[in-house]
Design a protein around this ligand. Structure first.
Ligand code: ADP
Length: 534
């Protein structure tokens, strides 16, 4: 499937969706992963990602894409199991910028030395070492110390998480350094587990990559550095110094810094594309590879969040993205380095009780109709005359609590509300929680703040009005289908422009200026004038 989206007067973005990993004969996976017998360990064959990348490029070639016009390339590691790709191309032949998204995510790829070989072969042989991994008939066993790498769904490292937190003085202390408390899927804990259970494989490993930097490595034909933004989701990087944290390295595994190499700014231009892609797909030799990043940072770039903005995704679960300048890490939520502005940060908070809870209350209080649900919101006043509710049908992430709690205007706990009051209490309560948690992480509403709403419930104006009133800011809706993909295209262009501007004018160019021509978000609602007072 190829989708063409207008970007600005010069560019269009083309998305090419490809097959899912289970169709790749080499992988024999379910949805791209192997769930092991313990039900906790989840891995993917590294060879599958390499094969998937080649398959996507092959499909593009067959679809008639002219790779010779590609100027720059970037991408992001993604949580889904579909290889996916974004291409940003110019109407004007000379201005084309392509970007690729390999929609794959893991924590780590443990490489045994393919890039060293690739460096050796570069320029000497038409098809370099990387092609061995793209050739089905040959086994890549000599290149990856760990053939099956842990992916984001893995939750087998509880012990390693506990050890890491205690080694640095506790969960809050770890968050103060790395932006997050210990998480089982995070790279530090996965590396520690491999070092403990497979010490030989760990010792054989020359370089450990995130899937983002691994995909960039394939294009580069050399080991690509881990970018600050994806690197801040590893429980290993000090988000303030942007260097690997010594206490975290020490608590994870020996000789680790040498296997990771220094992290790099997310906007960095890593070098020119590998000769393999020049020969095989006719990329130009001067095509640049811009640092790849994670899927959430990629989404922030795709949504074009700016300082003071907040993006609220109202899908099955609710997710909040924040642009932060002065982060205050907490044990709840994540702080990452900002992928488009090295001096800023982004934060991410996820909630389990989102649309499914709204649906339950809709079914119980408005006969299953979103129209009646909306009418109840329109007919009740901002602030609900002091009635407030907390609705956790399942154990919430922030805070880890369950149950329904209702309080009347005198802050007295009550068992029930009228139907209309219940509906407003739910929606106001959900958005108030988001504002409180955001502010705890350092988020500040500033003049010009926008709330960007996405996901299924963002089609509901009554819900958006409550969102607008709670944040006392206008709400815009955006289409974020493939936002990480689009963000990769924007980042490819930005990285290339920074490089050119620095060469020509001796100074960089901001991401906001780079994407100024992209389609604007749609204004949906403005806050009521008395929202702040309420
Ligand atoms: P995801 O991508 O997470 O699967 P979507 O972004 O498609 O989810 O959102 C799905 C959710 O949107 C559903 O759970 C549904 O409750 C909610 N939804 C759809 N239409 C409306 C509406 N008019 N008002 C409120 N919520 C809605």
């Amino acid at each position: 499937e190829i989708v063409v989206t207008p970007f600005c007067c010069c560019y269009v973005v083309v998305l090419l969706k490809s097959c899912t990993f289970q169709f790749l004969s080499v992988s024999r996976t379910q949805g791209g992963v192997h769930v092991h017998g313990d039900g906790l360990t989840v891995t993917s064959p590294v060879h599958m990602w390499v094969k998937a990348l080649d398959l996507i490029l092959e499909k593009m070639k067959n679809a008639g894409f002219d790779f010779s016009c590609v100027k720059a390339i970037s991408g992001s590691g993604q949580a889904c199991h579909k290889p996916n790709m974004a291409v940003c191309t110019g109407k004007k032949e000379r201005e084309r910028v392509y970007s690729f998204l390999t929609q794959i995510e893991t924590c780590t790829a443990f490489c045994r030395g393919w890039a060293t070989a690739e460096r050796h072969y570069r320029g000497k042989a038409p098809v370099a070492k990387v092609n061995i991994h793209l050739d089905d008939s040959r086994k890549p066993t000599d290149s990856f110390a760990v053939q099956d790498s842990p992916v984001w769904m893995d939750s087998s490292t509880v012990k390693q998480c506990q050890y890491l937190e205690s080694a640095v003085g506790g969960a809050q202390q770890l968050a103060d350094i790395t932006g997050s408390r210990a998480y089982e899927r995070f790279t530090s804990n996965q590396i520690a587990k491999i070092h403990q259970l497979q010490p030989n494989k760990y010792n054989e490993t020359e370089r450990i990559s995130l899937v983002s930097s691994f995909a960039a490595s394939l294009f580069l034909g050399d080991y690509a550095a881990i970018d600050y933004s994806d690197g801040s989701g590893m429980n290993l990087m000090d988000i303030f110094t942007k260097q690997w944290s010594l206490p975290c390295l020490k608590a994870t595994a020996p000789m680790l810094a040498a296997k990771l190499c220094d992290p790099t700014p997310s906007t960095a231009l890593l070098g020119s594309i590998s000769s393999y892609f020049v020969k095989r797909f006719r990329f130009p030799e001067h095509c640049k590879v811009v640092a790849f990043t994670g899927d959430n940072p990629g989404s922030l770039a795709g949504m074009r969040l700016q300082e003071g903005d907040i993006a609220v995704s109202l899908g099955t679960s609710d997710t909040v993205f924040l642009w932060i300048t002065e982060p205050r890490p907490a044990v709840e939520g994540h702080i990452f380095c900002n992928p488009v502005d090295c001096s800023s940060y982004m934060a991410l908070i996820c909630y389990k009780n989102g649309s499914l809870t709204r649906e339950r209350i809709r079914n119980e209080c408005s006969g299953g109709s979103w129209e009646s649900f909306s009418s109840a919101l329109w007919s009740t006043p901002m602030g609900n005359n002091g009635s407030i509710g907390i609705y956790f049908d399942v154990v919430e992430i922030i805070p880890p609590a369950i149950g329904i709690y209702r309080f009347d205007q005198r802050d007295k706990r009550v068992d029930a509300f009228t139907r209309e009051v219940e509906i407003r209490a739910l929606v106001e309560g959900q958005f108030l929680a988001k504002r409180v948690h955001a502010q705890k992480l350092g988020y500040r509403i500033i003049p010009g703040t926008k709330v960007l709403a996405t996901g299924g419930a963002s089609s509901n104006k009554a819900i958006l009005q409550v969102l607008s009133d709670v944040f006392n800011a206008p709400v815009y809706t955006i289409d974020v289908a493939n936002s990480a993909c689009l963000g990769s295209a924007f980042r490819a262009m930005h990285g290339k422009l920074i490089h050119l501007n620095t060469l020509v004018a001796g100074k960089g160019v901001s991401f906001t200026d780079t994407v100024r021509g992209a389609a604007a978000a749609q204004l949906a609602v403005r806050p009521n004038p008395s929202a702040e007072e309420v």
